[in-house]
Ligand binder design. Structure first.
Ligand SMILES: [Zn+2]
Length: 102
């Protein structure tokens, strides 16, 4: 039987792979990249884990589009926050910059 921790670890691994694939496919097929994000979220929910912090900034929290700066989103920093402007839904996603991580 697979342990809970192992299951979560596998889920995290799959999420990472999906985001990598989204990044690779984005130039060819942005819609498919969005589907990978949705899939990754479903895996995260099923495993009861969050999307890893480093990946949260790679998609729009409003419409769940895969975000690629310079292509479908603009990135600004202000007041120790990174602000992502999603060109798909025209909304902003703010991410606090935290230091001393890693
Ligand atoms: Zn959006």
């Amino acid at each position: 039987m697979i342990s809970n921790n192992k299951y979560k670890l596998l889920a995290k691994e799959r999420i990472n792979i999906l985001f990598n694939q989204a990044n690779e496919i984005f130039n060819k097929d942005p819609k498919l990249a969005d589907r990978y994000v949705i899939l990754a979220r479903k895996i995260a929910m099923k495993a009861r884990i969050g999307i890893p912090k480093e990946l949260k900034r790679k998609f729009c929290k409003h419409c769940y589009s895969y975000l690629k700066p310079g292509f479908n989103c603009r990135v600004r920093t202000r007041d120790k926050k990174i602000i992502y402007y999603c060109m798909n839904c025209k909304k902003y996603t703010k991410i606090a910059i935290k230091r001393n991580i890693n």
